[in-house]
Design a protein around this ligand. Structure first.
Ligand SMILES: Cc1cc2nc3c(=O)[nH]c(=O)nc-3n(C[C@H](O)[C@H](O)[C@H](O)COP(=O)(O)OP(=O)(O)OC[C@H]3O[C@@H](n4cnc5c(N)ncnc54)[C@H](O)[C@@H]3O)c2cc1C
Length: 400
Protein backbone atom coordinates (compact mmCIF):
# COMPACT_ATOMS: atom_id res chain seq x y z
CA UNK A 1 0.00 0.00 0.00
CA UNK A 2 1.49 3.41 -0.87
CA UNK A 3 2.40 5.31 2.28
CA UNK A 4 0.95 8.80 2.40
CA UNK A 5 3.90 11.17 2.47
CA UNK A 6 2.17 14.35 1.39
CA UNK A 7 2.36 17.15 3.91
CA UNK A 8 -0.94 18.21 5.46
CA UNK A 9 -2.35 21.24 7.27
CA UNK A 10 0.19 23.53 8.95
CA UNK A 11 3.13 21.85 7.27
CA UNK A 12 2.00 23.38 3.97
CA UNK A 13 2.70 27.10 3.96
CA UNK A 14 1.42 29.53 1.34
CA UNK A 15 2.98 29.40 -2.10
CA UNK A 16 3.50 32.26 -4.53
CA UNK A 17 5.99 33.59 -7.03
CA UNK A 18 6.95 33.44 -10.64
CA UNK A 19 9.27 31.02 -12.39
CA UNK A 20 10.68 30.53 -15.86
CA UNK A 21 8.76 27.26 -16.28
CA UNK A 22 5.89 25.89 -14.19
CA UNK A 23 5.22 22.17 -14.65
CA UNK A 24 1.94 20.95 -13.15
CA UNK A 25 1.99 17.19 -12.55
CA UNK A 26 5.00 15.16 -11.38
CA UNK A 27 4.38 11.82 -13.02
CA UNK A 28 5.72 10.51 -16.35
CA UNK A 29 4.96 13.48 -18.62
CA UNK A 30 5.79 16.22 -16.11
CA UNK A 31 9.05 14.68 -14.92
CA UNK A 32 10.16 13.93 -18.50
CA UNK A 33 9.62 17.59 -19.40
CA UNK A 34 11.52 18.77 -16.32
CA UNK A 35 14.35 16.35 -17.09
CA UNK A 36 14.90 17.97 -20.49
CA UNK A 37 15.31 21.36 -18.83
CA UNK A 38 18.07 20.19 -16.48
CA UNK A 39 21.26 22.19 -16.92
CA UNK A 40 19.52 24.87 -18.97
CA UNK A 41 19.71 27.42 -16.17
CA UNK A 42 15.93 27.83 -16.20
CA UNK A 43 14.12 28.26 -12.89
CA UNK A 44 11.74 25.30 -13.12
CA UNK A 45 9.00 24.67 -10.54
CA UNK A 46 7.17 21.32 -10.50
CA UNK A 47 3.97 20.89 -8.47
CA UNK A 48 1.81 17.86 -7.75
CA UNK A 49 -0.87 17.14 -5.20
CA UNK A 50 1.21 14.18 -3.95
CA UNK A 51 4.91 13.72 -3.25
CA UNK A 52 6.94 12.43 -6.20
CA UNK A 53 6.24 8.72 -6.74
CA UNK A 54 3.70 8.53 -3.92
CA UNK A 55 0.65 7.44 -5.94
CA UNK A 56 1.12 4.75 -8.57
CA UNK A 57 -0.89 5.63 -11.67
CA UNK A 58 -0.59 2.43 -13.74
CA UNK A 59 0.42 -1.23 -14.08
CA UNK A 60 3.86 0.17 -14.98
CA UNK A 61 4.61 -1.85 -18.09
CA UNK A 62 6.92 -0.35 -20.74
CA UNK A 63 9.21 -1.52 -23.57
CA UNK A 64 12.58 -2.24 -21.89
CA UNK A 65 14.44 -0.06 -24.39
CA UNK A 66 12.58 2.97 -23.08
CA UNK A 67 13.99 2.33 -19.59
CA UNK A 68 17.42 1.87 -21.10
CA UNK A 69 17.30 5.02 -23.26
CA UNK A 70 16.26 7.19 -20.32
CA UNK A 71 18.63 5.76 -17.69
CA UNK A 72 15.79 4.21 -15.67
CA UNK A 73 16.79 0.53 -15.66
CA UNK A 74 17.24 0.67 -11.89
CA UNK A 75 13.45 0.68 -11.47
CA UNK A 76 12.92 -2.47 -13.57
CA UNK A 77 11.22 -5.35 -11.74
CA UNK A 78 10.68 -8.04 -14.38
CA UNK A 79 11.33 -8.54 -18.10
CA UNK A 80 9.29 -10.49 -20.67
CA UNK A 81 10.09 -11.68 -24.17
CA UNK A 82 6.63 -13.03 -24.91
CA UNK A 83 2.98 -12.15 -24.43
CA UNK A 84 0.42 -14.81 -23.54
CA UNK A 85 -3.03 -14.02 -24.95
CA UNK A 86 -6.09 -15.91 -23.68
CA UNK A 87 -9.47 -16.10 -25.38
CA UNK A 88 -12.43 -18.30 -24.40
CA UNK A 89 -11.41 -20.58 -27.28
CA UNK A 90 -7.72 -20.99 -26.59
CA UNK A 91 -4.47 -19.32 -25.65
CA UNK A 92 -1.52 -18.29 -27.75
CA UNK A 93 1.99 -17.18 -26.86
CA UNK A 94 3.39 -14.36 -29.01
CA UNK A 95 7.19 -14.18 -29.12
CA UNK A 96 7.97 -10.45 -28.98
CA UNK A 97 10.63 -8.83 -31.22
CA UNK A 98 11.61 -6.64 -28.25
CA UNK A 99 11.24 -7.10 -24.52
CA UNK A 100 8.71 -5.49 -22.24
CA UNK A 101 9.42 -4.66 -18.58
CA UNK A 102 7.45 -3.89 -15.48
CA UNK A 103 8.91 -1.38 -13.04
CA UNK A 104 8.44 0.12 -9.60
CA UNK A 105 6.56 3.43 -9.88
CA UNK A 106 8.15 5.17 -6.91
CA UNK A 107 11.67 4.19 -7.92
CA UNK A 108 11.16 5.25 -11.52
CA UNK A 109 9.83 8.65 -10.50
CA UNK A 110 12.71 9.11 -8.06
CA UNK A 111 15.24 8.17 -10.75
CA UNK A 112 13.63 10.63 -13.17
CA UNK A 113 13.71 13.32 -10.49
CA UNK A 114 17.42 12.69 -9.87
CA UNK A 115 17.95 13.70 -13.51
CA UNK A 116 16.16 17.02 -12.97
CA UNK A 117 17.42 20.20 -11.30
CA UNK A 118 13.99 21.70 -10.72
CA UNK A 119 12.23 22.64 -7.48
CA UNK A 120 9.21 20.72 -6.22
CA UNK A 121 6.21 21.59 -4.05
CA UNK A 122 3.08 19.61 -3.21
CA UNK A 123 0.02 21.63 -4.19
CA UNK A 124 -3.33 20.87 -5.72
CA UNK A 125 -3.83 22.76 -8.97
CA UNK A 126 -7.30 24.27 -9.20
CA UNK A 127 -7.06 25.94 -12.61
CA UNK A 128 -5.91 29.09 -14.31
CA UNK A 129 -6.04 32.37 -12.42
CA UNK A 130 -6.43 35.84 -13.91
CA UNK A 131 -2.96 37.05 -14.95
CA UNK A 132 -1.80 40.21 -13.22
CA UNK A 133 0.71 41.93 -15.51
CA UNK A 134 0.74 42.30 -19.28
CA UNK A 135 4.06 40.41 -19.45
CA UNK A 136 2.56 37.28 -21.01
CA UNK A 137 2.97 35.26 -17.80
CA UNK A 138 0.29 32.65 -17.11
CA UNK A 139 -1.05 32.45 -13.55
CA UNK A 140 -2.08 29.13 -12.01
CA UNK A 141 -4.19 28.87 -8.89
CA UNK A 142 -3.29 26.16 -6.40
CA UNK A 143 -4.65 25.34 -2.95
CA UNK A 144 -1.54 27.04 -1.52
CA UNK A 145 -1.60 30.20 -3.61
CA UNK A 146 -0.97 31.49 -7.11
CA UNK A 147 2.11 30.64 -9.14
CA UNK A 148 3.00 32.10 -12.51
CA UNK A 149 5.38 31.56 -15.41
CA UNK A 150 5.59 32.46 -19.08
CA UNK A 151 5.89 28.73 -19.83
CA UNK A 152 3.27 26.52 -18.19
CA UNK A 153 2.85 22.76 -18.69
CA UNK A 154 -0.29 20.76 -17.86
CA UNK A 155 0.88 17.19 -17.17
CA UNK A 156 -2.00 16.60 -14.76
CA UNK A 157 -3.60 13.64 -16.49
CA UNK A 158 -6.90 13.20 -18.34
CA UNK A 159 -8.72 16.02 -16.52
CA UNK A 160 -6.68 18.64 -18.44
CA UNK A 161 -7.16 21.01 -15.55
CA UNK A 162 -5.55 24.04 -17.23
CA UNK A 163 -7.68 23.94 -20.38
CA UNK A 164 -10.62 26.26 -20.80
CA UNK A 165 -14.10 24.83 -20.22
CA UNK A 166 -14.94 21.52 -18.57
CA UNK A 167 -16.76 19.79 -21.40
CA UNK A 168 -14.72 16.59 -21.15
CA UNK A 169 -16.34 14.49 -18.50
CA UNK A 170 -16.88 10.73 -18.36
CA UNK A 171 -18.88 8.85 -19.44
CA UNK A 172 -19.43 11.01 -22.57
CA UNK A 173 -15.79 11.89 -23.26
CA UNK A 174 -13.51 9.52 -25.22
CA UNK A 175 -12.15 7.85 -22.11
CA UNK A 176 -11.62 4.20 -21.22
CA UNK A 177 -11.89 2.88 -17.69
CA UNK A 178 -9.14 0.88 -15.96
CA UNK A 179 -8.88 -0.75 -12.56
CA UNK A 180 -6.40 -3.19 -11.09
CA UNK A 181 -5.48 -4.95 -7.84
CA UNK A 182 -1.91 -5.47 -6.65
CA UNK A 183 -1.68 -8.72 -4.65
CA UNK A 184 1.64 -10.10 -3.43
CA UNK A 185 2.61 -12.94 -5.73
CA UNK A 186 4.71 -13.78 -8.72
CA UNK A 187 4.42 -15.23 -12.19
CA UNK A 188 6.57 -15.83 -15.25
CA UNK A 189 4.23 -14.42 -17.92
CA UNK A 190 2.83 -11.17 -19.19
CA UNK A 191 -0.79 -12.20 -19.79
CA UNK A 192 -3.80 -10.66 -21.51
CA UNK A 193 -7.43 -11.88 -21.62
CA UNK A 194 -9.76 -10.98 -24.49
CA UNK A 195 -12.87 -12.45 -22.99
CA UNK A 196 -16.37 -10.98 -22.70
CA UNK A 197 -16.71 -12.66 -19.34
CA UNK A 198 -14.43 -9.94 -18.04
CA UNK A 199 -15.30 -7.04 -20.34
CA UNK A 200 -17.43 -6.70 -23.51
CA UNK A 201 -15.01 -4.24 -25.15
CA UNK A 202 -11.52 -4.21 -23.68
CA UNK A 203 -9.20 -6.68 -22.04
CA UNK A 204 -7.96 -8.09 -18.77
CA UNK A 205 -4.30 -8.38 -17.78
CA UNK A 206 -1.86 -9.81 -15.31
CA UNK A 207 1.52 -8.06 -15.18
CA UNK A 208 3.96 -9.67 -12.72
CA UNK A 209 6.47 -7.25 -11.21
CA UNK A 210 8.85 -9.19 -9.01
CA UNK A 211 6.97 -9.94 -5.82
CA UNK A 212 3.75 -8.26 -6.90
CA UNK A 213 1.08 -8.99 -9.51
CA UNK A 214 -0.88 -6.23 -11.22
CA UNK A 215 -4.19 -7.78 -12.24
CA UNK A 216 -6.77 -5.58 -13.91
CA UNK A 217 -9.47 -4.95 -16.46
CA UNK A 218 -9.75 -2.07 -18.93
CA UNK A 219 -12.98 -1.18 -20.70
CA UNK A 220 -13.04 0.93 -23.87
CA UNK A 221 -16.67 1.67 -23.02
CA UNK A 222 -16.62 4.15 -20.10
CA UNK A 223 -20.13 3.04 -19.07
CA UNK A 224 -19.00 -0.50 -18.26
CA UNK A 225 -17.96 -0.73 -14.61
CA UNK A 226 -14.84 -2.85 -14.20
CA UNK A 227 -14.71 -3.40 -10.46
CA UNK A 228 -16.70 -6.64 -10.38
CA UNK A 229 -14.83 -8.22 -13.27
CA UNK A 230 -11.42 -7.09 -12.00
CA UNK A 231 -12.30 -8.98 -8.83
CA UNK A 232 -13.53 -11.93 -10.89
CA UNK A 233 -10.25 -12.13 -12.82
CA UNK A 234 -8.24 -11.96 -9.58
CA UNK A 235 -10.44 -14.67 -8.11
CA UNK A 236 -10.04 -16.86 -11.23
CA UNK A 237 -6.27 -16.51 -10.81
CA UNK A 238 -6.52 -17.39 -7.11
CA UNK A 239 -5.17 -13.99 -6.05
CA UNK A 240 -6.17 -11.57 -3.30
CA UNK A 241 -8.26 -8.54 -4.19
CA UNK A 242 -6.15 -5.91 -2.47
CA UNK A 243 -4.51 -2.54 -3.12
CA UNK A 244 -6.84 -1.15 -5.80
CA UNK A 245 -5.62 1.37 -8.34
CA UNK A 246 -7.75 2.78 -11.14
CA UNK A 247 -8.39 5.78 -13.35
CA UNK A 248 -9.89 7.04 -16.57
CA UNK A 249 -7.68 6.49 -19.60
CA UNK A 250 -7.95 8.84 -22.60
CA UNK A 251 -8.14 7.17 -26.01
CA UNK A 252 -8.15 10.20 -28.27
CA UNK A 253 -5.41 12.67 -29.10
CA UNK A 254 -6.21 16.26 -28.07
CA UNK A 255 -4.75 19.69 -28.85
CA UNK A 256 -1.17 19.90 -27.55
CA UNK A 257 -1.44 23.61 -26.73
CA UNK A 258 -4.26 25.89 -25.69
CA UNK A 259 -4.31 29.48 -24.46
CA UNK A 260 -0.51 29.54 -24.11
CA UNK A 261 -0.43 26.34 -21.99
CA UNK A 262 1.41 23.19 -23.16
CA UNK A 263 -0.14 19.74 -22.57
CA UNK A 264 1.72 16.43 -22.36
CA UNK A 265 0.78 12.87 -21.46
CA UNK A 266 -2.82 11.96 -20.66
CA UNK A 267 -3.82 15.64 -20.60
CA UNK A 268 -3.10 15.70 -24.35
CA UNK A 269 -4.63 12.25 -24.93
CA UNK A 270 -1.19 10.74 -25.50
CA UNK A 271 -2.23 7.30 -24.21
CA UNK A 272 -2.47 4.84 -27.11
CA UNK A 273 -5.94 3.54 -27.96
CA UNK A 274 -6.43 -0.28 -27.98
CA UNK A 275 -3.49 -1.08 -25.68
CA UNK A 276 -3.94 1.83 -23.22
CA UNK A 277 -0.17 2.19 -23.16
CA UNK A 278 0.47 5.74 -22.02
CA UNK A 279 3.77 5.76 -20.15
CA UNK A 280 6.24 5.70 -23.00
CA UNK A 281 4.12 8.20 -24.96
CA UNK A 282 3.99 10.50 -21.91
CA UNK A 283 7.81 10.28 -21.73
CA UNK A 284 8.14 10.71 -25.52
CA UNK A 285 5.97 13.82 -25.78
CA UNK A 286 7.27 15.15 -22.44
CA UNK A 287 10.83 14.98 -23.77
CA UNK A 288 9.83 16.67 -27.04
CA UNK A 289 8.08 19.43 -25.09
CA UNK A 290 11.02 19.91 -22.71
CA UNK A 291 13.29 20.49 -25.69
CA UNK A 292 11.01 23.14 -27.15
CA UNK A 293 10.85 24.94 -23.79
CA UNK A 294 14.61 24.72 -23.41
CA UNK A 295 15.02 26.45 -26.75
CA UNK A 296 12.70 29.24 -25.55
CA UNK A 297 14.73 29.72 -22.39
CA UNK A 298 17.95 29.84 -24.44
CA UNK A 299 16.41 32.63 -26.54
CA UNK A 300 16.40 30.59 -29.74
CA UNK A 301 12.64 30.83 -30.19
CA UNK A 302 9.65 32.47 -28.54
CA UNK A 303 6.71 30.76 -26.83
CA UNK A 304 4.50 31.04 -29.90
CA UNK A 305 7.07 29.32 -32.08
CA UNK A 306 7.55 26.59 -29.46
CA UNK A 307 3.78 26.11 -29.34
CA UNK A 308 3.55 25.85 -33.12
CA UNK A 309 6.43 23.37 -33.32
CA UNK A 310 5.15 21.21 -30.45
CA UNK A 311 1.61 21.24 -31.87
CA UNK A 312 2.96 20.17 -35.28
CA UNK A 313 4.94 17.34 -33.65
CA UNK A 314 1.82 16.24 -31.79
CA UNK A 315 -0.39 16.44 -34.88
CA UNK A 316 2.09 14.47 -37.00
CA UNK A 317 1.19 11.47 -34.81
CA UNK A 318 -2.57 11.90 -35.19
CA UNK A 319 -2.99 9.30 -37.95
CA UNK A 320 -1.23 6.67 -35.85
CA UNK A 321 -3.58 7.30 -32.93
CA UNK A 322 -6.54 7.24 -35.35
CA UNK A 323 -5.52 3.80 -36.64
CA UNK A 324 -5.12 2.47 -33.13
CA UNK A 325 -8.60 3.80 -32.30
CA UNK A 326 -10.00 2.03 -35.37
CA UNK A 327 -8.49 -1.23 -34.15
CA UNK A 328 -9.92 -0.56 -30.68
CA UNK A 329 -13.40 -0.24 -32.21
CA UNK A 330 -12.94 -3.30 -34.42
CA UNK A 331 -11.71 -5.90 -31.92
CA UNK A 332 -14.92 -6.01 -29.81
CA UNK A 333 -16.95 -6.60 -32.99
CA UNK A 334 -15.14 -9.84 -33.83
CA UNK A 335 -17.40 -12.79 -32.93
CA UNK A 336 -15.88 -14.63 -29.92
CA UNK A 337 -15.74 -17.97 -31.79
CA UNK A 338 -13.46 -16.34 -34.42
CA UNK A 339 -11.15 -14.73 -31.87
CA UNK A 340 -9.21 -17.91 -31.00
CA UNK A 341 -8.51 -18.89 -34.66
CA UNK A 342 -7.65 -15.27 -35.51
CA UNK A 343 -5.19 -14.96 -32.66
CA UNK A 344 -3.57 -18.23 -33.83
CA UNK A 345 -3.51 -17.05 -37.47
CA UNK A 346 -1.87 -13.76 -36.56
CA UNK A 347 0.62 -15.51 -34.27
CA UNK A 348 3.28 -16.26 -36.91
CA UNK A 349 6.70 -15.03 -35.81
CA UNK A 350 7.05 -12.83 -38.89
CA UNK A 351 3.69 -11.14 -38.52
CA UNK A 352 4.13 -10.55 -34.78
CA UNK A 353 7.59 -9.03 -35.35
CA UNK A 354 6.21 -6.77 -38.08
CA UNK A 355 3.18 -5.67 -36.05
CA UNK A 356 5.06 -5.06 -32.79
CA UNK A 357 7.87 -3.18 -34.49
CA UNK A 358 5.37 -0.86 -36.14
CA UNK A 359 3.63 -0.46 -32.82
CA UNK A 360 6.91 0.44 -31.06
CA UNK A 361 7.70 2.99 -33.76
CA UNK A 362 4.67 5.08 -32.81
CA UNK A 363 6.83 6.35 -29.95
CA UNK A 364 10.22 4.66 -30.31
CA UNK A 365 12.75 4.76 -27.48
CA UNK A 366 15.61 5.87 -29.71
CA UNK A 367 16.69 5.24 -33.25
CA UNK A 368 18.15 1.84 -32.26
CA UNK A 369 18.00 -1.27 -34.42
CA UNK A 370 15.26 -3.62 -33.24
CA UNK A 371 16.13 -6.91 -31.54
CA UNK A 372 15.08 -9.10 -34.45
CA UNK A 373 16.53 -6.93 -37.20
CA UNK A 374 20.14 -7.94 -37.67
CA UNK A 375 20.59 -5.46 -40.52
CA UNK A 376 19.88 -2.56 -38.23
CA UNK A 377 17.00 -1.36 -40.38
CA UNK A 378 14.44 -1.73 -37.63
CA UNK A 379 13.72 1.90 -36.81
CA UNK A 380 13.37 4.14 -39.79
CA UNK A 381 12.59 7.30 -37.90
CA UNK A 382 15.28 9.94 -38.37
CA UNK A 383 17.02 11.75 -35.52
CA UNK A 384 15.42 15.10 -36.25
CA UNK A 385 11.92 13.65 -35.81
CA UNK A 386 12.71 11.86 -32.60
CA UNK A 387 12.81 13.60 -29.22
CA UNK A 388 15.85 11.63 -28.08
CA UNK A 389 17.56 12.34 -31.40
CA UNK A 390 16.48 15.96 -31.36
CA UNK A 391 18.00 16.24 -27.89
CA UNK A 392 21.40 15.67 -29.41
CA UNK A 393 20.69 18.22 -32.16
CA UNK A 394 19.67 20.75 -29.56
CA UNK A 395 22.73 20.23 -27.39
CA UNK A 396 24.95 20.57 -30.47
CA UNK A 397 23.15 23.78 -31.45
CA UNK A 398 23.62 25.18 -27.95
CA UNK A 399 27.34 24.39 -28.03
CA UNK A 400 27.80 26.00 -31.47
C1 LIG B 1 -5.32 0.66 -14.25
C2 LIG B 1 -4.36 1.28 -15.25
C3 LIG B 1 -3.25 0.56 -15.68
C4 LIG B 1 -2.39 1.10 -16.63
N1 LIG B 1 -1.29 0.39 -17.02
C5 LIG B 1 -0.42 0.92 -17.91
C6 LIG B 1 0.77 0.20 -18.26
O1 LIG B 1 1.05 -0.87 -17.75
N2 LIG B 1 1.59 0.76 -19.18
C7 LIG B 1 1.32 1.98 -19.75
O2 LIG B 1 2.11 2.43 -20.59
N3 LIG B 1 0.22 2.69 -19.41
C8 LIG B 1 -0.65 2.20 -18.49
N4 LIG B 1 -1.74 2.93 -18.11
C9 LIG B 1 -1.92 4.30 -18.65
C10 LIG B 1 -0.95 5.25 -17.92
O3 LIG B 1 -1.16 5.12 -16.52
C11 LIG B 1 -1.16 6.72 -18.28
O4 LIG B 1 -1.28 6.88 -19.66
C12 LIG B 1 0.04 7.53 -17.74
O5 LIG B 1 0.08 7.44 -16.33
C13 LIG B 1 -0.02 8.98 -18.19
O6 LIG B 1 1.02 9.69 -17.57
P1 LIG B 1 0.85 11.24 -17.20
O7 LIG B 1 2.14 11.67 -16.62
O8 LIG B 1 0.29 11.98 -18.36
O9 LIG B 1 -0.33 11.27 -16.12
P2 LIG B 1 -0.45 10.58 -14.71
O10 LIG B 1 0.50 9.46 -14.57
O11 LIG B 1 -1.91 10.32 -14.51
O12 LIG B 1 0.00 11.71 -13.69
C14 LIG B 1 -0.74 12.87 -13.44
C15 LIG B 1 -0.11 13.54 -12.23
O13 LIG B 1 -0.83 14.73 -11.97
C16 LIG B 1 -1.17 14.79 -10.59
N5 LIG B 1 -2.43 15.54 -10.49
C17 LIG B 1 -3.61 15.26 -11.06
N6 LIG B 1 -4.50 16.23 -10.80
C18 LIG B 1 -3.85 17.15 -10.03
C19 LIG B 1 -4.22 18.42 -9.49
N7 LIG B 1 -5.43 18.94 -9.64
N8 LIG B 1 -3.29 19.11 -8.81
C20 LIG B 1 -2.03 18.62 -8.64
N9 LIG B 1 -1.62 17.44 -9.15
C21 LIG B 1 -2.53 16.73 -9.83
C22 LIG B 1 -1.30 13.35 -10.13
O14 LIG B 1 -1.07 13.23 -8.73
C23 LIG B 1 -0.20 12.68 -10.96
O15 LIG B 1 1.04 12.68 -10.29
C24 LIG B 1 -2.64 2.41 -17.16
C25 LIG B 1 -3.75 3.13 -16.71
C26 LIG B 1 -4.60 2.59 -15.76
C27 LIG B 1 -5.76 3.38 -15.27
Amino acid sequence: MPIRATKRGDERGPLSGSHDVLICGASFAGLATARELAGSGADVMVVDRYEIGERQTSACGIPTDWLRATGLMGAERQRFDSLLIHTPHGSRRYELPWTFSTFDYRELCELLWEQCDARFETAKVNGRAASAGGDGAIAVETDRGTLSAPLVVDALGWRRVLASGDGYQPPDAPLSRGLEVHPHGSGPDLEVWIDRRYVPAGYGWSFPAGEELRIGVGSFDPRFHVRETTELLAEDLGQDRVRYQGNWIPHKLRAATEGGVFFAGDSAGHCLPLTAEGIRTALYFGIALGQELRAVHAGRQDRERAAARYAAFNDSHEWKFRWMLRAQKLVPRIPPRLLGPMIKLLGSKRFVAWAFDHYLRIAPPAPLPSAHDQNGAGHQQGDAEHPLGAERNLVEAEQA
